[in-house]
Design a protein around this ligand. Structure first.
Ligand code: SF4
Ligand code: SF4
Length: 553
C-alpha cells in the first residue's frame, strides 16, 4: 500500500436537531505554533478540579514538592488526585478565588516554584501485561479527568462503562466553540499521544469499533491524526470528518452525528453501548501509561479581541490567568472581559484565579461590546436552535422566578449549556447564566435535603442503638436471674448447710438461756449448783449433743 492517508469508505452521517453556524475565530490562535508557558511566581492548585468528592491535601505548608508528586487525594472512587506541576515550596493551603461561574473562593494548595523543575521518578506501565483493573488504577493515580470540559474522573467513567458491552468508542475531536483551538493544536502536534491513549482505552473497553470525529474545519489536525492512525494500524478504528456546526462537540450531538443514536434524557451513553472520550483525555491516558507521567500540564488557548498576541500554551495547571494574559502580550482593550472557555459555554473569571484541568481556553473580549439586555419578546428563536429540543423561553421564566420545580418539569437538567439560545436571542438575555444558576440552586437544595436526611437517619440509628443496648442488658439480667434460680433449685435437695447452721444457732441460744437461768438462781460458782439446776444444765447439754450428732449423720 502506498504511503499517505488511507482512502476513507463513505460513512453515513446523521443530523442533530437545531444548532448554529458560527463565525469562525480559530485563525487568531492557530497562527502561532504551540508555545511552552513560563512558570508564574505562584501555582495555585484547587483541591477539587473534578466532578466528585474534593481532595484532601497530602502536603503541609513549608514542604518541598517535586514535579509529578501527588499533593492531594481522597479515598473516594469518583475523584482524581492533584499533582505538583513543578518543584517548589508549598507556601499556603488556603481559600483563593477559583475558576467558577459564581466567582467563589475555594481551598487551594499554593506552590512557589524553585525554578529547578526537579521531578519524581516516572515509571511507564507495562501495558502489555497489565490487566484492565491495573490500567484503570494507573489512570486514576495520574489524576486524569475528562478534558473536554466535563472533568468527570476518567477511571470511574471507564470502569463503569467497562462493566457493559461497549460497541462503539467515540473519540471527540470536534472542538466546536468558535475561538478554542487547544484540541486542534494537540492533534496537529501530538497525534501519536492521542492514538496511544485510544489504543489503551481499546484494551480496557474492548469496543467493537472506534470512531474519531473531527470537525472538517481542522484539515491539518485531520491529516496528522490520519497519519498517526495509519502508523498505529489500530483495528476497527476510523477517523470521520464531521460538518462544522455548533455544538457538534457535545457528547450527545457527536453520538447522534456518528451513530444516529439518541441518548435519552437522564440516560448515559454506555447504557446503549457507547463511550465518548475527548482527544485531550486520550493523550493524557497515553502519557500516563507510556511515560508514567500524571496530568500536570495542558494546552490552553489564550485568545480574543482583547489580547495583543493570541496563541496556545503548554501551561502548568494552576497558572494564574493574569500570567497567561502577560504571555499573550497583555490587553489591547480598556475594559477586558475574561472568560474561561468559549463565548458560547464559557463563564467570566477573575484574573487572580488560576487554571484548572478543565481550562481549555482563556478568552478576553471587550466588555464595551457587550449588548444591552431587553425583555423577552417571545419570538421563539431560542426553541428553533436548541439541540436538546427544550423550550429555553419557559426555562428562562421559571429560572428567573425561582420556580425550580417547574424548570425541572421542563427538563432543565437536559440543557447542555451550549448557549445556542442566548446566541440567537434578540433581547440578549443571559439565558445560560440563568440556567446555571437554577441548576446550582437545585443541587444546593438537594445537597441540604440529603444532609438533613443523613442527620435524621443518624439520630434514628442512635436511638435504635440505645434501645437495642437497653434490651440486650435487660435480657442479660433476666438470663442471670434464671441461671441463679436454676442453681438454687438444683441445690434444693441438700439444704444441709443451712439446716445445720440453724440448729447450731438454736443450741447455742439454749445454752446461753440455761446459763443465764442458772446465774439468776445463784450460781456465780457452779460448784454451788443445786441438784435441780445441775440437772437442767445437763439436760440442755445432752439435747445439744444429740442434735449435733443427728446433723453430722
Ligand atoms: S429568543 Fe430570547 S426573546 Fe426570543 S423567545 Fe427566546 S428568550 Fe425570548
Ligand atoms: S443552552 Fe440549553 S436551552 Fe439553550 S440551546 Fe443550549 S441546550 Fe438548549
Amino acid at each position: 500500500m502506498p504511503d499517505g492517508p488511507r482512502p476513507q469508505r463513505s460513512f453515513h452521517l446523521h443530523k442533530f436537531h437545531g444548532g448554529l453556524h458560527l463565525e469562525d475565530h480559530k485563525q487568531e490562535s492557530t497562527a502561532r505554533p504551540l508555545q511552552t508557558a513560563s512558570l508564574p511566581g505562584q501555582l495555585v492548585l484547587r483541591l477539587k478540579q473534578h466532578i466528585g468528592e474534593p481532595n484532601d491535601p497530602l502536603v503541609a505548608v513549608g514542604d518541598r514538592v517535586l514535579r509529578g508528586q501527588k499533593i492531594a487525594d481522597t479515598p473516594e472512587r469518583v475523584a482524581a488526585p492533584i499533582h505538583a506541576p513543578t518543584s517548589g515550596i508549598v507556601i499556603a493551603i488556603e481559600d483563593r478565588p477559583v475558576a467558577h461561574p459564581s466567582g467563589k473562593s475555594d481551598r487551594c494548595i499554593v506552590i512557589e516554584p524553585d525554578g529547578q523543575d526537579e521531578a519524581i521518578e516516572f515509571r511507564p506501565v507495562d501495558v502489555g501485561s497489565a490487566d484492565r483493573n491495573t490500567l484503570l488504577k494507573h489512570i486514576r493515580e495520574a489524576g486524569i479527568v475528562g478534558l473536554g470540559g466535563a472533568v468527570f474522573p476518567t477511571s470511574a467513567k471507564a470502569e463503569t462503562a467497562a462493566a457493559h458491552p461497549i460497541e462503539t468508542l467515540i473519540v471527540n475531536g470536534a472542538e466546536c466553540e468558535p475561538w478554542i483551538t487547544c484540541d486542534d493544536i494537540l492533534m496537529r502536534d501530538r497525534p501519536e499521544a492521542v492514538i496511544s491513549g485510544i489504543r489503551h482505552l481499546q484494551r480496557i473497553l474492548e469496543p467493537g469499533e472506534t470512531l474519531i470525529g473531527i470537525e472538517d474545519n481542522k484539515p491539518e489536525a485531520i491529516a496528522a491524526m490520519q497519519r498517526a492512525l495509519d502508523d498505529a494500524a489500530l483495528d476497527n478504528t476510523r477517523l470521520i470528518p464531521v460538518p462544522t456546526i455548533y455544538p457538534s462537540g457535545g457528547e450527545k450531538q457527536l453520538i447522534k452525528i456518528l451513530t444516529g443514536h439518541e441518548v435519552r434524557s437522564r440516560h448515559l451513553a454506555f447504557e446503549i453501548g457507547l463511550l465518548c472520550q475527548n482527544v485531550g483525555t486520550c493523550a493524557a491516558i497515553g502519557d500516563a501509561l507510556d511515560r508514567g507521567e500524571p496530568l500536570t500540564h495542558r494546552i490552553v488557548t489564550v485568545t480574543g479581541t482583547g489580547l495583543r498576541e493570541p496563541g496556545n500554551w503548554w501551561a502548568p495547571i494552576g497558572t494564574p490567568f493574569a500570567h497567561l494574559v502577560d504571555l499573550a502580550g497583555g490587553f489591547v482593550v480598556e475594559r477586558p472581559e475574561p472568560i474561561m472557555g468559549g463565548p458560547m459555554m464559557g463563564f467570566e473569571v477573575r484574573l487572580d484565579a488560576a487554571t484548572v484541568k478543565a481550562s481549555n481556553c482563556l478568552l478576553i473580549l471587550n466588555r464595551d461590546h457587550r449588548p444591552e439586555e431587553r425583555e423577552c419578546v417571545r419570538c421563539g428563536r431560542c426553541t428553533d436552535v436548541c439541540p436538546a429540543q427544550l423550550l429555553p423561553q419557559q426555562l428562562y421564566w421559571y429560572s428567573r422566578a425561582r420556580q425550580f420545580d417547574k424548570a425541572e418539569e421542563y427538563h432543565l437538567f437536559d440543557c447542555i449549556e451550549c448557549g445556542c439560545c442566548a446566541a440567537v436571542c434578540p433581547s440578549h438575555l443571559p439565558l445560560v447564566q440563568l440556567y446555571r444558576y437554577a441548576k446550582s440552586e437545585i443541587r444546593e437544595q438537594r445537597r441540604k435535603a440529603w444532609k438533613s436526611d443523613r442527620a435524621r437517619q443518624r439520630h434514628e440509628f442512635r436511638e435504635a442503638r440505645i434501645a437495642r443496648q437497653k434490651a440486650e442488658e435487660e435480657e442479660r439480667r433476666r438470663k442471670k436471674r434464671e441461671a441463679l434460680a436454676k442453681k438454687k433449685a438444683a441445690e434444693g435437695g441438700k439444704k444441709p448447710a443451712k439446716t445445720d447452721a440453724a440448729d447450731a444457732v438454736q443450741a447455742a441460744l439454749e445454752r446461753v438461756k440455761a446459763r443465764k437461768a442458772a446465774q439468776q438462781n445463784t450460781p456465780k460458782n457452779t460448784d454451788n449448783l443445786t441438784p435441780a439446776q445441775q440437772k437442767q444444765i445437763d439436760e440442755a447439754e445432752a439435747r445439744r449433743r444429740q442434735k449435733s450428732t443427728e446433723g453430722d449423720s
